[in-house]
Unconditional design. Structure first.
Length: 251
């Protein structure tokens, strides 16, 4: 029960890593505000309730400042405060600096990066009441480059360094801020990225070939790392970048 008595806001909670984080944190005693732009977030909250946990679903777009405020307010209204934020919502669009439309670039920066600013602004006052933790789900592609993904890699790299600066700014407020960089993880997000390629099967094989452990990660493997970072077990960990990537960035 490593999150007993704590309230966590999880974005991207309708699928993949965000859903796994929501289920795991609830099993560890957290009250979960599960937020997503998709209706699938209701299923996450229902699964938590069915196993005796506490969860509220909020539909909202993390690219909107108002929605981010509503997500954070839901935590204080429903459960009286906020002790952890796990920001997992993100999108991806293919493109190089030469081919990407400005609209796609802006969409990615808004959903993947501006959201961290909006959520951080709304959450810091609540997190500082009793102390708390922020975990930004970045990506191994925030640490190394890749082809044809200029907007995504820029946003993820920015999140990693934003986490470090936020850690410095809010250490004295009792708020720890860390980024978690998954490698390729078996979720709809990863499958969609293969489907956008002209040959999805060879894109999948290429991705697999970059992982020394020889398989994709599971959402639970990422959730376990997020739980560590958000829990008191990581009480001396702030400004850190934790890679959980099967060795991808060690190559
Ligand atoms: N799956 C991977 O291989 C992988 C690798 C590295 C990093 N990541 C990161 O992990 C995080 C979770 O990805 P996932 O693989 O679980 O993806 P996923 O597609 O399974 O889940 C992402 C969720 O975010 C939600 N979302 C998208 N845009 C939103 C918005 N504007 N507002 C609110 N919710 C929104 C989606 O509806 C979805 O439920 C992302 O930040 C992603 O960049 C994933």
């Amino acid at each position: 029960m490593r999150m007993k008595g704590k309230t966590v806001l999880v974005t991207g909670a309708g699928s993949g890593i965000g859903r796994a984080v929501s289920l795991l944190f609830a099993a560890e005693g957290a009250s979960v505000v599960a937020a997503d732009v998709s209706e699938h977030v209701h299923a996450t909250a229902e699964r938590i309730a069915a196993s005796g946990g506490r969860a509220a679903a909020v539909i909202g777009d993390v690219g909107s400042r108002e929605s981010c405020l509503e997500m954070v307010e839901a935590a204080s209204e429903r459960y009286g405060g906020l002790q952890a934020l796990v920001h997992a919502a993100a999108i991806s669009r293919k493109g190089t600096v030469a081919t990407m439309k400005e609209e796609d670039w802006l969409d990615v920066q808004n959903v993947n990066l501006n959201s961290a600013f909006y959520l951080g602004q709304a959450a810091v006052p609540l997190l500082s009441v009793k102390g708390g933790a922020i975990v930004f789900i970045a990506s191994q592609l925030g640490l190394v480059g890749t082809r044809n993904s200029i907007a995504y890699t820029a946003a993820k790299g920015a999140i990693v360094n934003m986490a470090r600066s936020m850690a410095l700014d809010h250490a004295q407020d009792g708020i720890r801020v860390n980024s978690l960089c998954p490698g390729p993880v078996d979720t709809p997000f990863l499958h969609a990225s293969f489907m956008r390629e002209s040959d999805p099967e060879s894109a999948r094989a290429l991705s697999l070939g970059k992982i020394p452990i020889g398989r994709f990660g599971t959402p639970l493997e990422i959730a376990n790392a997020a739980l560590f970072l958000a829990s008191d077990e990581a009480s001396f960990v702030t400004g850190a970048t934790l890679t959980v990537d099967g060795g991808y960035t060690a190559l």
